[in-house]
Every structure is written in structure tokens, then in C-alpha cells.
Design a protein around this ligand. Structure first.
Ligand code: ARG
Length: 470
């Protein structure tokens, strides 16, 4: 596979002035990134435009030269967007492909663009620009999904369903309250993304290869042009670290982990055994053999896709681990995991934005399920506490009442006062039956964070305000 012939210098290829042989064909393909980093073309061109303008502002380029470069770059952008651009693997990456086309288009002036710059600060800038925009888009999708949850929850502030611990029916809650738990999870996820954005949105350009550049670059100028909040403080760090991408993947992995939990619930709830919700037909698929099947493929797939984003997080952590300063080629491997994490999260959020507003809650099935499993037993204990029975004794007495109910195959509220009280006891009165009712149980959790319908309604109002505040 290796080639040992010594080429004439002009045949040696790009950036090979100091070499006496051309790049091995396999190595050329192995080290190229253009097949995947061409995705950064718009960011690369925006960065180059800002860099050229800055070079003109500090008189390294003439205004005419800068204008020729900017026009050439705009033309290249148009060619790429019209699929008329000839991407070439021997040109290695998006940066060299665009630069060499620029030289082809405008001649020697194009060769001046790379003054005071390296691909090391160039690529770091491109990824940060890309990720900043991706975060903005993802955060908007999260906002849309949060709004969809709030809307569905508002329709179900009084819809009773069983709340679970250990997946065993535990206490009555409202469906609206459950949905607002999802809201809180995703709201934190969005905050994490936006927090990460602050550290993404810092400008590496000016760092050049690693040490800075002797041209006195006006880095603030470039930062303003590109909408960065500030410039990276240290040139070595600027070209080297990808912690911002790791942080994003961590936030994405955690979001997907949350989404996988919701999706697991949707899969369970839409099964015949639960029958709490119905998913829209257009979000489900059939079976190739069982004609009756309606499979919740979309939530299942979101649950599954969590694995790949978790994998990307580990990939990036491992990529960065033990890398000496400053730039190393390892960092070229940051892109595919990052892109896929963005795409996967984007797809999952989009799917749920379509799905959530179209979930049909089977209100009666939820209520009936809540009647099973003695979910108001804690309410009976709390009732006894209000009658001065110490909680641990109350717990014991109610346990015995549940045992009697189980033996009769009846719910607690079907027991007579004598049966509820048990032998020799009479603390429990007629007023217990309201306490044992599902609606009485949820209404009693009447404090901020509780499941009482009026509290859920208030939480929804606060959630709307929080969303409006951004
Ligand atoms: N394609 C490279 C990357 O993604 C660009 C930077 C290359 N720099 C270098 N000195 N080889 O990281």
C-alpha cells in the first residue's frame, strides 16, 4: 500500500513542501475528515469572513483583498448549497477544501486568508459556532415540548391515576401532576443546555496553532462579528479542549435518559395490561405477523436511542482523556459523536412534540386502576394520626385493616366501620369514607408540590410564567 517513489515537489500535494514523498493513499483516506466535517461549511465560511475582515481592519489585508476573499467565500457557499461543490478527500477536511477552492476562484489573494490562523483555532471555532446554533435549536424544541406537556397537564389536573413506587400502586395522584413531573425534568435539562451554551460561546480564533500569532489580531472584533460572548483566554486551551462538547453530550445524555423514562411509561401505559393511554395510530406500527398488534415503536425507539447518546458521551470523555496540550489529531474524532448526539436528541424531541399532544388518556381506566391496590391506606393512617393515634401505631392498625380487606377481596372503603376499626377499636368514624375516596385523597395533598388538583393547577400557572421568562 505504501508508495516509495519520490515525487517532484509540485506533485507532493498540499502542505507537503517539507516532504519527499506523497501521502500514502490509505493514510490520505484514513486521516481525512471531509466526509463528515463538510457539515461545518457554513460555520467555516462565517469564521473565514470574520477573519478576513479582521485582517483588513488591522491592515494585514487591503480592503480590496478582504472583499475579494469575502465574495469568493460567498460564492463557495452558494456552490455548496447548490450541490455544485466538488469535495475532495485529498484535500483532507472542510477547511482545506474551501480554502483551495477560494484560491482557484480568486487566485493569489486567496492564499492570504490563512494569515495569522491555523486549522487548529479554525476548527475549534467552527465546532463552537455549530454547537451554539444546535443548542439554540434544541432548546427551542424543548420549549415546544414543555408547552405541550403543560397543555396536556392542564386538561388533567383532576384526573386520578395510581402513583407508583417500585412499580406497585402506591397512592392516588393526578395525571396532571405526573405530567408536571416530566415538565420539571425537561425544564432542568433545558437549563443545563443553556448553561453549557455560555461556555461554548467563546472565540478560539487568534490562538492560531497553539501559541497565538504575531499579527496583533483584534479578537474582540472577530468575536463580535460571529456573535461570541467573549474570547478564549488561553491559546493552548482554546485549540485543545473539547470540554464544551463533552458537557453538551452529558446534558444530551441526561435529557435522553429522562425521555427514556417517559417513554418507558408510555410503553407500559399503552399496553393492554395498563390501558391508561392510547397513542395516536400514526405514531404506532403494526406487526408483520400478528394482525392485532399496535406497537409503540416511537417511544421504544427513543428509549433505545438513549444508549447511543450515552455512548457518545463516553466516546468524547475517552477522546479527551490523557491528551497532552495542545491540539492533537485525536480531536478530529470529536465531530461524529457530537453530530450524532445533536441529531438524535433533535429527532427524539421532534417525535415527542408530535406525540404528546395526541396522547389520549383513558380516564376511567386510570381511576379503576387506582381503586385496586389499597392506594388510600396511607390516608387512613393519616386519619388516625389526626385522631391522636401515633403514626407507627396507625401504620400497624391500617396494615391489619388492609389484611382484612384482602381476605374479603374488597377495597378498604367497602369495609364496615367495625371491620375498619378491628376488634376492640372505635377511633374510626363515618367521616373516614371521604378520606378513603380517591378524590379526597388527592385533594388532601394541598400544598406546593402536592398532587391536589388546585395545587397542580397553580403549578401549571407557575410553569407557564417560567416558560415566558425563557
Ligand atoms: N480536521 C481537523 C480536525 O477536525 C482540523 C484541524 C487539523 N489540524 C492539524 N494541525 N492537523 O481537528
Amino acid at each position: 500500500m505504501s508508495t516509495n517513489t519520490t515525487p517532484k515537489p509540485e506533485e507532493a500535494g498540499l502542505l507537503r513542501g517539507r516532504f519527499s514523498e506523497a501521502t500514502d493513499a490509505f493514510v490520505e483516506a484514513f486521516t481525512a475528515s471531509v466526509t463528515f466535517d463538510q457539515r461545518l461549511y457554513a460555520q467555516d465560511i462565517a469564521g473565514s469572513v470574520a477573519h478576513a475582515r479582521m485582517l483588513a481592519s488591522i491592515d494585514v489585508l487591503s480592503d480590496d483583498e478582504a472583499e475579494a476573499i469575502v465574495n469568493g467565500l460567498h460564492q463557495i457557499k452558494a456552490e455548496i448549497e447548490a450541490s455544485q461543490f466538488n469535495w475532495q478527500i485529498p484535500l483532507e477536511d472542510v477547511h482545506m477544501n474551501i480554502e483551495s477552492r477560494l484560491i482557484e476562484l480568486i487566485g493569489d489573494t486567496g492564499k492570504k486568508l490563512h494569515t495569522g490562523r491555523s486549522r487548529n483555532d479554525q476548527v475549534a471555532t467552527d465546532i463552537r459556532l455549530y454547537l451554539r446554533d444546535a443548542i439554540d435549536e434544541l432548546a427551542q424544541l424543548e420549549t415546544d415540548l414543555l408547552e405541550a406537556i403543560v397543555e396536556l397537564a392542564a386538561q388533567h389536573t383532576g384526573t386520578v391515576m395510581p402513583g407508583f413506587t417500585h412499580l406497585q400502586a402506591a397512592q392516588p395522584i393526578t395525571f396532571g401532576h405526573h405530567l408536571m413531573a416530566w415538565f420539571e425534568m425537561l425544564h432542568r435539562d433545558r437549563a443545563r443546555l443553556l448553561d453549557c451554551r455560555m461556555r461554548v460561546n467563546q472565540l478560539p480564533l487568534g490562538a492560531a496553532a497553539l501559541a497565538g500569532t504575531p499579527y496583533q489580531p483584534d479578537r474582540e472584533f472577530v468575536a463580535r462579528e460571529l456573535g461570541f460572548d467573549g474570547v478564549c483566554e488561553n491559546s493552548l486551551d482554546a485549540v485543545s479542549d473539547r470540554d464544551f462538547a463533552i458537557e453538551f453530550c452529558a446534558a444530551a445524555a441526561l435529557t435522553l435518559t429522562h425521555l427514556s423514562r417517559w417513554c418507558e411509561e408510555l410503553v407500559l401505559w399503552s399496553s393492554q395490561q395498563f390501558n391508561f393511554v392510547e397513542l395516536p395510530d400514526r405514531f404506532c406500527t403494526g406487526s408483520s405477523i400478528m394482525p392485532q398488534k399496535k406497537n409503540p415503536d416511537v417511544p421504544e425507539l427513543i428509549r433505545g436511542k438513549t444508549g447511543r447518546v450515552n455512548g457518545h458521551l463516553i466516546a468524547l470523555l475517552t477522546l479527551m482523556k490523557s491528551q497532552p496540550l495542545a491540539y492533537n489529531k485525536d480531536n478530529q474524532e470529536d465531530k461524529e459523536p457530537l453530530f450524532d448526539a445533536v441529531d438524535t436528541l433533535h429527532g427524539c424531541l421532534t417525535a415527542l412534540i408530535g406525540l404528546i399532544p395526541n396522547i389520549k388518556a383513558n380516564v376511567n381506566a386510570m381511576r379503576e386502576a387506582t381503586l385496586l391496590g389499597y392506594t388510600t391506606a396511607t390516608d387512613l393512617a393519616d386519619y388516625l394520626v389526626r385522631k391522636q393515634v401515633p403514626f407507627r401505631d396507625a401504620h400497624e392498625l391500617v396494615g391489619q385493616a388492609v389484611q382484612r380487606a384482602v381476605a374479603k377481596g374488597e377495597p378498604l372503603e367497602a369495609l364496615s366501620l367495625d371491620e375498619l376499626n378491628g376488634p376492640g377499636q372505635n377511633v374510626i368514624d363515618e367521616d373516614v369514607y371521604q378520606v378513603l375516596s380517591l378524590d379526597g385523597s388527592v385533594a388532601a395533598r394541598d400544598h406546593q408540590g402536592g398532587t391536589a388538583p388546585n395545587q397542580v393547577a397553580a403549578a401549571i400557572e407557575r410553569a407557564k410564567t417560567r416558560l415566558m421568562q425563557g
